[in-house]
Design a protein around this ligand. Structure first.
Ligand code: UDP
Ligand code: MN
Length: 251
C-alpha cells in the first residue's frame, strides 16, 4: 500500500490551465502558444488565458492588474487565476507562464498520481516551470488565497506570487509539495532535455543564458532560425497531423 491518493480518472476537461501573460508579449510569445499547444486545448486553456489589458480571444480574461512586473501586479494576477479556478468547478488548477509549452497528453496522466506537481527550483525561481494544485488542496488554501486574501498574504511575506502559493501550501497548511522533474523552466539547462524524452515532459520552456540560447536539445521539423523556442518542432513531434507541420517521411 502507499500513501498516494486513490487513482482517479482525470481527463483534459478536468484541468484548468491559467497562462500568465501581458500585452507586450502577445506577439512575441502568446501567438506561438496559440499556434501550438493551446490550439489543441482550447477548452482547457482559452477561457483562462489571463491577459492584462486586451482580450485577443473572446474567452480571455482581462485581469485589470497593473502592467508592471512588480510583485503586487503578479500576485494580483495569481489571485484572479485562483478565484477563476474555484469558480470553474474543475478538479485541477495548473499555472504556467507564456514561455512554457504544456504537453497536455502527459499532464493529465500525471496529475492523478500527485497531490501537487511543480518544479524542483520552486523556492528560488519566479515560477517559469508551472505547477498544479488539486481542487481539494485549493479549497483548503481559500482563507489565504481567495478574494483579496492572496494579495495580503503575498505582501506579508514580500515574496513573488509563486512563492506565495508555496508558502500557503507548505508553511501554512503543512502539505509537502511534490517535486516533479517533468516541469521545466529556462532557469535550468534545457540542453539536458533531449528529443527522445520530449514525450514524457509536462512543461518546456526557452530563454537566454549568458547571451546564448537556452533551448531543448532536438533536431526537429524546423531549424533553430525558423523556430528559436523549439516549440513548433515539439508540437510537430507530438501532433504530426498539424496542417503546418512538414509531412512525415516514413520508410
Ligand atoms: N509578466 C507579466 N507582466 C510583466 C512582465 C512579465 O505578467 O510586466 C509575465 C510574463 O508574461 C510571464 C511571466 O510574467 O508569463 C514571467 O516573465 P518572464 O518570462 O519575462 O520573466 P522570468 O521571470 O522568466 O525571467
Ligand atoms: Mn520566463
Amino acid at each position: 500500500t502507499t500513501d498516494a491518493p486513490p487513482a482517479e480518472d482525470i481527463s483534459a476537461d478536468d484541468i484548468f490551465i491559467a497562462v500568465k501573460t501581458t500585452k507586450k508579449f502577445h506577439r512575441s510569445r502568446l501567438d506561438l502558444l496559440l499556434d501550438t499547444w493551446i490550439s489543441r486545448n482550447m477548452r482547457q486553456v482559452c477561457p483562462f488565458t489571463l491577459l492584462q489589458t486586451v482580450c485577443i480571444r473572446s474567452h480571455a480574461i482581462n485581469t485589470n492588474c497593473s502592467a508592471a512586473h512588480s510583485r503586487q501586479a503578479l500576485s494580483c494576477k495569481m489571485a484572479v487565476e485562483y478565484d477563476k479556478f474555484i469558480e470553474s468547478g474543475k478538479k485541477w488548477f495548473c499555472h504556467v507562464d507564456d514561455d512554457n509549452y504544456v504537453n497536455m497528453k502527459t499532464l493529465h496522466t500525471h496529475t492523478h498520481t500527485h497531490t501537487l506537481v511543480r518544479p524542483v527550483n520552486f523556492w528560488f525561481a519566479t515560477g517559469g516551470a508551472g505547477f498544479c494544485v488539486s481542487r481539494g488542496l485549493a479549497l483548503k488554501m481559500s482563507p489565504w488565497a481567495s478574494g483579496g486574501h492572496f494579495m495580503n498574504t503575498a505582501e506579508k511575506i514580500r515574496l513573488p506570487d509563486d512563492c506565495t502559493i508555496g508558502y500557503i501550501i507548505e508553511s501554512v497548511l503543512g502539505v509537502p509539495l511534490t517535486r516533479s522533474s517533468l516541469f521545466h523552466s529556462h532557469l535550468e539547462n534545457l540542453q539536458q532535455v533531449s528529443k527522445s524524452e520530449v514525450h514524457k515532459q509536462i512543461t518546456l520552456s526557452y530563454g537566454m543564458f549568458e547571451n546564448k540560447r537556452n533551448i531543448i536539445n532536438m533536431k526537429g521539423a524546423f531549424s533553430v532560425e525558423e523556430d528559436p523556442s523549439r516549440f513548433k518542432s515539439v508540437h510537430c513531434l507530438l501532433y504530426p497531423d498539424t496542417p503546418w507541420c512538414p509531412p512525415q517521411v516514413t520508410y
